[in-house]
Design a protein around this ligand. Structure first.
Ligand code: LLP
Length: 470
């Protein structure tokens, strides 16, 4: 029996164990949510997401032009994007697809910041076409493209406002796969190249250089790298816009070292900016949080399918690496609990349903006597899980359910089996024919009823020609 009612800061704000001893998120009983919407399911506490957006905004009130740009890659779901648009945030997009999602969710183009280390001509044209607020230039090939594209309409329109992305050669402690500020990074201009880039942008009539951008990495649990980042980029000159990126870390488990609060993080950036001359009135400061806005607002619900005991106790659930790739990619530790028996003492491995041994969601969960049919809740899954989901093993992607005041609504439905084949155009290379396409034996496209060398099989499996019957 559970003996506690409040839940740690790993869970969405306002989560608790209710009178029935069940985990409640956004006022909704997770066992009831699992019944109503099925599992796996991403559950988001709407009030939590709004509260974090407001905390970021009010933490920045000390600066007159401070803007919070949601890094949409963290949770590129229309309802989440629309909620942040309503709350007054801007949006960071890193592809034409994310640009489409942001515009579709209601962001004014001037509040969109376009990123990407490999922006195609089509992506740049899309950004220029809608006149995004800022394009963050990553490299000189991109500048060639921008020069060409803006040159075509030169003189007719106001120049596109851009920032230059700098790699400040600052390293924070995080997983190497999500560290970006080091000199040997695939992102941005190095400190030794950036002056040349600045001069070059200033010669391009279709572009207007507003300032610089830097992002040192993600899931950073200390403030010092942010201070060093500001000090480094400040050396590069006087600008009217400074975009300091994202990266504030979040708690994934109660045992993990606590990250700085949002207030401390924003306060640190603002005082470093002031100290280095970026904080003067009239200067625009941008930050780009992703994870810190959504990770702890979401939990994932699973159902236990089987419990197996060998060296370990293996609790296999109905999702896994197709809905949360983070433990496999970055070795991230998560918590897991039985939704209606929160505290347990059986050490378990929570395994996913996918066909590989690496599909483990939690290596060392302490569960209360898990059994098939139990609902498992995994907190802190509101960032980068939905974004990096896949259909591995033909598993449909989960729905997103928003919860608020005991009210739950699906904002993204569960994928269907039909969705899994919805993009198919031809069933084989030959339209209307599903016979295996063996090189030479089944050439070209042909329709049902036409001659087909694979149309039938004789005894022994040999193929014979005939009229295609598929
Ligand atoms: N701005 C830029 C330019 C970025 O590249 C990123 C993240 C952010 C902002 C937001 O960073 P955040 O505040 O979320 O740390 N898939 C990985 C995270 C990759 C982050 C990539 N860039 C994960 O699941 O941990």
């Amino acid at each position: 029996m559970a003996t506690r009612t409040s839940l740690s800061n790993v869970f969405p704000l306002g989560s608790r164990l209710n009178e029935r001893g069940r985990v409640e998120v956004g006022g909704c009983d997770t066992i009831e949510l699992a019944k109503q919407f099925g599992t796996p399911a991403y559950v988001v506490a709407e009030d939590d997401v709004r509260a974090r957006a407001q905390t970021f905004l009010s933490a920045g009130e000390g600066h007159d032009d401070f803007n919070v740009v949601f890094a949409s890659k963290a949770f590129p779901c229309t309802a989440v994007l629309a909620l942040f648009a309503q709350e007054g945030l801007w949006c960071d997009v890193a592809s034409a697809g994310e640009l489409h999602l942001a515009l579709n969710a209601g962001y004014a183009a001037e509040r969109i910041v376009m990123h990407g280390n490999a922006k195609s001509e089509a992506e740049l044209s899309a950004a220029l076409g809608v006149r995004v607020g800022l394009i963050v230039v990553d490299n000189s090939d991109e500048l060639d493209r921008l020069e060409r594209l803006t040159g075509a309409g030169a003189g007719e329109e106001a120049p596109q406002e851009v920032l230059i992305r700098v790699t400040p050669d600052v390293r924070g402690e995080t997983h190497e796969k999500i560290s970006t500020g080091q000199a040997n990074s695939k992102f941005g201009f190095g400190m030794d190249e950036v002056q040349e880039a600045i001069e070059r942008v200033r010669t391009i009539r279709g572009l207007s250089l507003q300032g610089l951008h830097a992002h040192v990495g993600s899931q950073l649990l200390e403030l010092d790298p942010f201070r060093r980042e500001v000090a480094e980029v400040a050396r590069l000159g006087e600008f009217s816009v400074w975009d300091l990126g994202g990266g504030l870390g979040v708690p994934y488990t109660e045992a993990q070292p606590s990250p700085p609060t949002i207030e401390d993080y924003v306060g640190t950036l603002l005082s470093a900016a002031r100290e280095h001359g970026m904080g003067a009135p009239g200067k625009r400061l941008l930050i780009e949080p992703g994870r810190a806005l959504t990770a702890n607002a979401g939990v994932t619900l699973y159902t236990v399918e089987s419990v197996k005991r060998n060296v370990s106790t293996w609790v296999a659930v109905d999702g896994g690496m197709s809905d949360n790739l983070r433990p496999m990619l970055y070795g991230t530790s998560y918590e897991a609990h039985v939704a209606d028996r929160f505290i347990g003492t059986t050490r378990c491995v929570i395994a996913g349903k996918h066909c590989e041994s690496g599909d483990v969601i939690v290596r060392d969960a302490l569960l209360d006597d898990p059994r098939p049919g139990d609902v498992i809740v995994t907190p802190a899954t509101g960032a980068y899980g939905f974004a990096m989901a896949s259909n591995y093993n033909g598993v449909p992607r989960p729905p997103v359910v928003f919860c608020k005041d005991d009210d739950a609504r699906v904002v993204v439905r569960r994928e269907s089996f039909e969705d899994l084949t919805a993009r198919d155009v031809h069933r084989t290379l030959a339209e209307g024919c599903t016979h295996a396409n063996r090189a030479g034996a089944h050439p070209g496209e042909h329709a049902r009823g036409s001659e087909c060398s694979q149309a039938g099989s004789a005894a022994g499996g040999a193929r014979v020609s005939g009229v295609c019957d598929r």
